[in-house]
Design a protein around this ligand. Structure first.
Ligand SMILES: Nc1ncnc2c1ncn2[C@@H]1O[C@H](COP(=O)(O)OP(=O)(O)O)[C@@H](O)[C@H]1O
Ligand SMILES: [Mg+2]
Length: 507
């Protein structure tokens, strides 16, 4: 197979035009990245190529011959394989059963278990990893399961493998392993189509890049040279957006807003937070850098009153603060939580209700009589929606139907419009579209520029570096480095995150 082409594909789901006249050319021996924000139509387009869906209009061509796929069996027979975002493995079966069962093209092979096991081991070796074909799928890590899915497509002689957002479920280290495997596959003559919305990885591995937006192909088959992240972001979003816009504080004051000392928290004899101490000035953003699981989550929970530490002295503008979540909110500490749906929002309630959630007993919403209060709620929600650029048709739309970015803006609106004296932002843009990321970062900068103090905790190193004036690095519950953001290089921070040291041992 040298060439796969989708021509003028359209597909509608009820009122949603998921694809409108989309064409793409996939040449053999290449890694082609299909880039676009959530809902752009990437998965739908590739499901059509994989024979899982029929287009309303448009045609599929392989080596200049038109093909008709009525079922994904037809696509598989033409050498097309797909690894879905949610794996389709049977957890309670072995690796070899998942790979081989249901694929009986070679006479007898499917029945000859010994040969089958041998073939799987050989295929894995070719991709330079080892796997026990008799292992149960449920015992594998996410990365291993993904490799089994890829192996399965190879076993079925795929010449072109579609990977739908393969890095979404992986750690950065596992993603590197995947990228190496993609390289090996390419060297062996397999073409890859990788769907993603991440610019960095797109530029890293693509030979060709196609960008989709709102069901249309914005730019197809671009060569990955001379392309910048800025240019790709503009195509994805449809307007210019600065990436990792860095604005250092011009308003840092001498006055200490937040002071944390002697913070210790132990779980089962293990120190999760080990003598943590820092301070944040008025008008300053402090960033917490670290590989997830090094105490950041506990830090955010302690500071927002959700978790009681063994010891801590917390001062806000010179006053001692202690107590539970209620007490913390009353003293002006606010948390923009990491898990929007479980800790922040109620999906079935509308925007208006979510905006006032958690504050409805306080301040102007608690006084007055029913009707008046309701009117104030609505007015407040409308203003917040406008100020935070929440995209929705009205304040009565259930929050669960909004995109991740818009949900996050509702939370920011709720938290920041109360003008807290100290705000904690935990993973503020996780799962958020890049257009919304810029908006959220701007709101955080504005909050700081009013002279407030902020703590930003994020697993995204680029994000923390862009936002924070000052950084602390956490490693195994301790602060292992502390300094101005601009005084650290990316490499230094990487080293500190991974080893707790600034340089490799022996240097
Ligand atoms: N099976 C479906 N039924 C109804 N709407 C769908 C279905 N699949 C996708 N859509 C809609 O089509 C649009 C494109 O979705 P999708 O192809 O999943 O985008 P992407 O993969 O780029 O995030 C979205 O608005 C989505 O809600
Ligand atoms: Mg998708």
């Amino acid at each position: 197979m040298n060439m796969v082409e989708l021509r003028h594909i359209s597909k509608r789901f009820g009122p949603v035009q998921a694809l409108a006249d989309v064409s793409i050319l996939l040449e053999g021996g290449q890694t082609h990245v299909l880039l676009g924000e959530n809902g752009a139509g990437k998965t739908t387009l590739m499901r059509i190529l994989y024979g899982m869906m029929r287009p309303d209009r448009g045609t599929i061509w392989i080596d200049n011959k038109e093909v008709q796929f009525k079922h994904n069996r037809d696509a598989i027979a033409c050498g097309i394989g797909m690894v879905h975002q949610h794996f389709m493995l049977v957890e309670n079966m072995t690796v070899y059963e998942n790979i081989a069962v249901g694929f009986e093209d070679e006479k007898g092979l499917a029945l000859d278990k010994h040969k089958m096991l041998h073939k799987i081991t050989c295929l894995a070796e070719k991709l330079r990893f080892s796997i026990d074909p008799l292992a149960m799928v449920r015992d594998l890590t996410v990365g291993e399961k993904q490799r089994i899915e890829i192996l399965k497509t190879i076993y079925r002689h795929s010449k072109i493998i579609i990977l739908d957002e393969p890095t979404a479920v992986l750690t950065p280290q596992e993603a590197e392993v995947l990228f190496d495997m993609i390289q090996i596959l390419k060297e062996q003559g397999t073409s890859i189509v990788m769907i993603t919305h991440k610019l960095k990885e797109c530029l890293k591995i693509a030979d060709r890049i196609s960008v989709m937006r709102d069901g249309r192909m914005v730019a197809a088959n671009m060569e990955n040279k001379d392309l910048t992240p800025q240019e790709l972001a503009r195509q994805m979003v449809g307007r210019n957006i600065p990436l990792n816009d860095t604005r250092r504080s011009q308003v840092i004051s001498e006055e200490i807003a937040v002071k944390v000392e002697n913070l210790n928290y132990t779980v089962g004899g293990k120190k999760v937070l080990d003598n943590i101490h820092f301070h944040i000035a008025k008008g300053e953003i402090l960033g917490v850098v670290g590989v997830e699981g090094n105490g950041q989550r506990e830090l955010q929970e302690v500071l927002s009153g959700n978790l009681q530490p063994d010891t801590m002295e917390l001062q806000l503008y010179g006053e001692r603060v202690r107590g539970d979540t209620r007490a913390m909110i009353d003293r002006g500490i606010a948390l923009v939580p990491e898990d929007r749906l479980s800790a922040g929002l109620v999906p079935s309630l509308d925007i208006c209700e979510n905006v006032v959630l958690g504050y409805h007993r306080a301040g102007k919403f608690a006084t007055g009589f029913g009707l008046l209060r309701l009117k104030q709620w609505k007015q407040f929600a409308r203003e917040a929606m406008e100020q935070f650029a929440v995209k929705a048709s009205s304040i009565h739309v259930p929050i669960g139907s909004l995109s991740g970015g818009n949900q996050q803006k509702v939370i920011l609106a709720r938290v920041l419009s109360r003008k807290p004296r100290f705000a904690i932002f935990a993973q503020p843009t996780r799962g958020v579209d890049i257009g919304a990321i810029h908006n959220i970062h701007s709101r955080i900068f504005e909050y700081r520029d009013m002279g407030s103090a902020a703590l930003v905790i994020s697993a995204d190193l680029d994000e923390v570096r862009a936002l924070a004036d000052h950084l602390i690095v956490m490693y195994e519950g301790k602060i292992v480095a502390d300094g101005k953001s601009d005084d650290f290089t990316e490499l230094e921070l990487g080293m500190l995150m991974l080893s707790g040291r600034r340089e490799k041992e022996g240097f």
